[in-house]
Design a protein around this ligand. Structure first.
Ligand SMILES: [Zn+2]
Length: 384
């Protein structure tokens, strides 16, 4: 029996606009397809890729959603009396996040970001569990569940490790010649792009680094397997900052009481609103029309982006910024970044990419379609 391996490598933020004119691994992966981003952020796209399901099914859209009853932050109400000069520092917030994570036994990616301490107790946090392991997105099955179910020996990266550690871990596992399916996770491209933008001179250097590492993986596959297939995929691209819009100050100028009249969660490219009375709702909706470079998502858009939650879990109203216009300060950061993602999926800078060694009969149109391709490979392995 011929022994082969299918390797799916995920490079966070390797957008179509970034690679379409570059010959990044073109000889090895000549079949290149743009794919529509899932509306949201990586915390939305990764569950979509791992399950093939939209946010309305796997329930991940933003990190925070309104749920004061089940909020794990209730006990931290007291912190609102402490001086913001200490508690707004990123280092403190990071250490504090680690502490909560440990106390609550969370295994997922957990970071409180810049959420104010006098508001955090209105929210629950979605990513409590490690998404990449079996039951990580239960009750929705993810690729780990589907690999286990098919009894396929596999390797899925540990997202807590560095890219190089993950690449080395896969290479070591491949040397044993047992695994037949691999999901290699790398995320440093995303933070680099946020910092230097897609025009940064560091980007071609980083792509060269990936190329060298991927060739190490390819060499290991050639030495230990009769055949191999490699695919590279990303979740979104990156949009350079055009301008900052302070939506929060505009909303707060209305003087409605947060938590009593309404609740808002300020992401870096969108705002989620929950209302508790008609007066506040009408005033906020009127004010939102004045927010420059933005629009309120229509029901049709919510449906098309597959975020039309029946219970408005992520807010009754979603304000989305135009590509390039970031909200600052937001609950995710006090300052804007040189580049961001999380704008309209159709915008050219949002488009993700999928690279393959072989032509695909049914190429991915949306990042959730990567899951179908992974599942097809799993079923082929079982059949052999
Ligand atoms: Zn990012």
């Amino acid at each position: 029996m011929k022994k082969d391996i299918s390797i799916f490598m995920f490079i966070d933020a390797l957008g179509w606009e970034i690679i379409k004119d570059m010959n990044f691994l073109e000889e090895l992966l000549p079949y290149r397809y743009p794919a529509l981003m899932q509306f949201g952020y990586s915390c939305t796209a990764i569950p979509t890729i791992l399950t093939g399901q939209p946010p309305t099914v796997h329930k991940h859209l933003s990190f925070y959603y309104y749920d004061p009853v089940n909020s794990p932050f209730k006990m931290f109400k007291i912190l609102k009396y402490l001086p913001s000069c200490i508690f707004d520092r990123w280092r403190f917030r990071h250490l504090f996040s680690k502490l909560i994570k440990k106390m609550k036994g969370y295994t997922g990616y957990f970071e409180i970001y810049a959420m104010p301490f006098d508001r955090i107790h209105y929210f629950d946090y979605i990513e409590k569990k490690d998404l990449f392991v079996p039951c990580g997105l239960a009750p929705v099955p993810n690729i780990a569940d589907q690999l286990e179910e098919r009894k396929i020996p596999y390797h899925i990266s540990n997202w807590r490790l560095s890219e190089l550690q993950n690449i080395n871990a896969l290479i070591e596992d491949m040397k044993k010649g047992e695994i037949r399916f691999a999901f290699l996770y790398t995320a440093a491209m995303d933070s680099l792009l946020h910092r230097v933008t897609k025009q940064g001179k560091e980007i071609p250097e980083k792509l060269d680094w990936y190329k060298d590492q991927i060739m190490r993986v390819v060499e290991t596959a050639k030495q230990n397997y009769d055949d191999f297939k490699l695919y590279i995929m990303s979740d979104h691209g990156m949009t350079t900052l055009t301008e900052i819009v302070d939506v929060k100050t505009m909303i707060e100028s209305l003087n409605y009481k947060f938590g009593k009249d309404y609740v808002a969660m300020y992401d870096s490219t969108m705002v989620h609103f929950w209302y508790f009375n008609e007066e506040a709702k009408n005033a906020i909706l009127t004010k939102l029309l004045e927010v420059p470079h933005s629009h309120i998502l229509t029901d049709e858009e919510k449906k098309r982006y597959m975020i039309d939650f029946e219970d408005d879990m992520y807010g009754e109203t979603l304000l989305l910024m135009d590509a390039g216009y970031q909200i600052a300060p937001s609950d995710m950061g006090l300052n804007a970044l040189p580049a961001m993602h999380g704008f309209a999926p159709e915008h050219e800078d949002s488009i993700a990419s999928f690279l393959s060694m072989e032509p695909l009969d049914n190429p991915p149109k949306w990042v959730g379609d990567y899951h179908r391709i992974m599942l097809e490979k799993m079923n082929m392995i079982v059949k052999k």
